[in-house]
Design a protein around this ligand. Structure first.
Ligand SMILES: C[S@@+](CC[C@H](N)C(=O)[O-])C[C@H]1O[C@@H](n2cnc3c(N)ncnc32)[C@H](O)[C@@H]1O
Length: 245
């Protein structure tokens, strides 16, 4: 296996080595990693996604929604359960988080939900054009210091790359507790040909999809900002609703 395939950050590298039966270049101690090895068909590495996508779901013809930074799988489960007409792929970069997400999917016996361990910045470039219907990005790390802004993955370049991967009418839904990050996205999204709308497309049940981080912020009375960006022009309904708000 060409290790370059798992990207510069080498997220999931140890899992790739163990799954391929290679002698790992480390002494494995993380028990989540061992559990991850056994979750083939539910938990994907980036090279596995690259070779098997979109056939990873029982019905690969359904629209695909990604939950980026899925943490312990809360939103993946809620989304998949309430929307049997879509496929949901949750992504995270930590073994414990992806394994716990997989446990929940197994428990709920959901066939329209899968998990991947990979960095979204490395996944987007390998996704086929028009293959993604939606992307949820709830509470991405805001990298508050100006000298750290370069680590933010929500930027103009990412949005431009994502635009072509989205299908027509596709959407990106962002929630954050960080006002300045929210304002930055609101500024560059229209320049990347997205229209800012006030509701999800009809294919997705309109629910709050409240995450663990969101509950934590709300408990501390920290304001939450959200933005839904749609590929394509807004319908007259969207425009009318936005005008009156
Ligand atoms: C602040 S937490 C929010 C978790 C969850 N979305 C929520 O709202 O409760 C951010 C999550 O994004 C994951 N993450 C950070 N950078 C990522 C990247 N480049 N690709 C995929 N996931 C990432 C982290 O591991 C973490 O689980």
């Amino acid at each position: 296996m060409n290790m370059e395939k798992c990207g510069k950050s080498a997220i999931g590298k140890w899992l790739i080595q163990l799954r391929e039966g290679k002698k790992p270049d480390f002494r494995p101690t993380n028990h989540y990693l061992f559990e991850a090895v056994e979750l083939r068909g539910l938990l994907y590495t980036q090279p596995e996604l690259e070779s098997e996508f979109p056939g990873i779901f029982k019905n690969s013809a359904l629209p695909l929604v990604l939950d980026v930074g899925c943490y312990m799988g809360h939103t993946v489960i809620e989304l998949a359960k309430h929307n049997p007409g879509i496929n949901v792929l949750g992504l995270d970069v930590k073994y414990k988080r992806v394994v716990k997400s997989c446990r929940k999917i197994k428990r709920e016996q959901l066939t329209n939900a899968k998990i991947a361990i990979c960095d979204i910045r490395e996944l987007v470039p390998i996704l086929p054009e028009g293959s993604v219907f939606g992307m949820l990005i709830f509470f991405p790390d805001p990298w508050i210091k100006i000298r750290h802004h370069k680590f933010r993955f929500l930027n103009e370049e990412f949005f431009r790359e994502l635009f072509s991967r989205l299908s027509r009418g596709g959407f990106i839904w962002i929630k954050t507790d960080h006002q300045e990050y929210y304002e930055a996205v609101s500024d560059f999204a229209p320049q990347c040909n997205f229209t800012i709308v006030d509701r999800l497309p009809d294919k997705v049940e309109q629910r709050e999809y409240r995450t663990l981080f969101e509950s934590m912020f709300l408990q501390k009375e920290i304001p939450i900002y959200q933005i839904i960006c749609k590929k394509g022009t807004a319908s007259p309904l969207y425009r009318a609703t936005l005008k009156s708000s």
